[in-house]
Design a protein around this ligand. Structure first.
Ligand code: ZN
Length: 222
């Protein structure tokens, strides 16, 4: 399995750089043993991306490239379990494959956009981000155009769990108390600085319960 040594190196550098508690799980064991492109991580650009992700304190496993037909694929993607925070690791739930550049943007947003906003506005650190998934072979709702989810280049965010036990969901918090409203709007705004496309409850009914964060150079923020 050619991925194994590299995945181990990535994890080691992540632990060395950020003091994240060692995890007994072997990350390489989670990578699929078959697939069309186990050599993808030997390309410099792909290696650089996972090296950067490791330095951020994230815990993840690089995945082989896979093509699913119908224009759907997961290339240079990772299985992301945790990202680094100022005070410790932040857990991320319900994620499938995530394109590595998107994972880097997500890790930075979680730490600098969400965790710090949670402490400043709500007075408690963030411990978990609950997603509603990343890769999905589907069209943009109501169109014949493939969604960025079909390339693992988008992630949907449903809720945030704080250290004091409060859970702020996009669905219930968007129009809840002043503090929750402010928190969700601040994390939405900070997402707009890091992602090409950000869609939330104010965009349309399809996004009433999540924030859609999409990789890219654009600046579509709704
Ligand atoms: Zn989405």
């Amino acid at each position: 399995m050619r991925l194994a040594p590299f995945a181990a190196i990535v994890l080691t550098s992540a632990l060395a750089g950020c003091g994240v508690a060692p995890d007994t799980r072997e990350p390489a064991a989670r990578a699929p043993t078959s697939g069309s492109g186990s050599a993808n991580w030997e390309r410099p650009q792909a290696r650089q991306c996972v090296t950067e992700l490791g330095r951020s304190g994230s815990q993840f496993a690089p995945l082989p490239d896979r093509m699913y037909g119908a224009g759907c694929s997961t290339l240079d993607s990772v299985q992301l379990d945790r990202v680094g925070g100022d005070l410790g690791p932040l857990t991320v739930t319900n994620l499938g494959p995530l394109a590595c550049p998107l994972a880097n943007d997500f890790a930075a947003w979680a730490r600098y956009g969400v965790d710090r906003a949670a402490r400043q506005i709500l007075g408690s650190p963030l411990v978990r981000i609950e997603t509603m998934g990343s890769y999905s072979c589907r069209n943009v709702a109501g169109t014949g155009r493939l969604s960025a989810h079909s390339r693992a280049e988008a992630v949907d965010i449903g809720a945030f769990l704080l250290a004091d036990g409060r859970r702020i969901s996009v669905r219930d918090g968007w129009n809840a108390s002043a503090k929750e409203r402010e928190f969700l709007r601040v994390v939405h705004r900070s997402a707009c600085k890091r992602f090409g496309t950000v869609l939330g409850p104010d965009y349309n009914a399809a996004h009433h319960d999540h924030l859609h964060l999409e990789q890219g150079d654009g600046s579509f923020c709704r």
